[in-house]
Design a protein around this ligand. Structure first.
Ligand code: AMP
Length: 277
């Protein structure tokens, strides 16, 4: 496994690889969710590249960029075990040198949900992913369904800008009690960690009501919100029932539907979703 910090070195190594390249962009502090992407990339491509870069431009001024968990040594040990070929881990100034002034922005799909709660977030995401795609030139790039809107936005960017990378979405990996794995789960104290399962409970409640025949989106949103609000450590940011392609809110629940939410548990903001197809 090679680790590279410079863009020029990454590009040079890229030129030496032949055949398909699978790419998994991450912000590090890896868990089984990330590794599921790495393993799938490995089965579909002769070479794989993983990036570790905590991207400052996708964090708001009041967000956790400074405190975002980092443990490069542990990450590299995990990636070595998965037989990763190259780990690209640039510095912030390598990716954003002084004078950097070009941005990639997807309209419309970035207005709702995470885009509404975190202004500028997706502009940072699409810019860094476009840069990474240009540097790594992967055949396929793998993303987690956990960040459903991110997948929609990146797929749109890749299609609109004729990028040569296929964007692949893979299922959310969960803890045994249903909590979606996330590097941010490490912020939770034991009581918060127990409370955090409320996100998954709200999603499974909606799924149950849907199976029982409930088709009124507002009633489902209300039931989910009520359940979450009964958890004293939880504060709802949004609960959404939207068309999974357009991300527009629905009145009548007709698939394909994305049920998604952002909930603060204590000070930690968590997101989760499921899709009805
Ligand atoms: P992050 O390091 O949080 O930026 O995530 C890097 C990639 O891993 C993104 O495509 C995420 O959607 C994906 N990911 C994060 N958590 C999970 C999870 N629990 N299951 C599957 N993929 C995940």
């Amino acid at each position: 496994m090679k680790t590279v910090e410079k863009i020029a070195d990454m590009k040079r190594l890229r030129q030496q690889l032949t055949g398909d390249i699978g790419f998994v962009p991450t912000m590090g502090y890896l868990h089984e969710g990330h590794l599921s992407l790495v393993r799938q990339a490995k089965t579909e491509n002769p070479s794989i590249v993983v990036s570790i870069f905590v991207n400052p431009t996708q964090f708001g001024p009041q967000e956790d960029f400074k405190n975002y968990p980092r443990d490069t040594k542990r990450d590299l040990t995990m990636l070595e075990k998965e037989k990763t070929d190259i780990v690209f881990m640039p510095s912030v100034t390598e990716m954003y040198p002084p004078g950097f002034s070009s941005w990639v922005e997807v309209e419309k799909l970035t207005r709702q949900l995470e885009g509404a709660s975190r202004p500028g977030h997706f502009r940072g995401v699409t810019t860094v992913v476009a840069k990474l795609f240009n540097i790594v030139q992967p055949t396929r790039a793998y993303f987690g369904q956990k960040d459903a809107q991110q997948i929609a936005v990146i797929s749109k960017m890749a299609a609109d800008l004729d990028m040569n990378t296929e964007v692949i979405a893979l299922p959310t990996i969960r803890e045994p009690d249903g909590l979606a794995m996330s590097s941010r789960n490490t912020y939770l104290n034991p009581a918060e960690r127990r409370a955090a399962t409320i996100l998954y409970h709200a999603l499974t409640l909606a799924q149950k009501l849907w199976f029982e025949g409930e088709r009124n989106a507002e009633r489902l949103r209300q039931q989910m919100t009520d359940l979450i609000q009964r958890e004293p450590l939880a504060t709802v940011d949004y609960v959404s029932i939207a068309n999974s392609k357009t991300l527009d809110e629905l009145e009548i629940v007709t698939p394909p539907v994305l049920l998604s939410m952002a909930v603060k548990i204590g000070k930690t903001r968590l997101i989760d979703n499921i899709v009805f197809r």
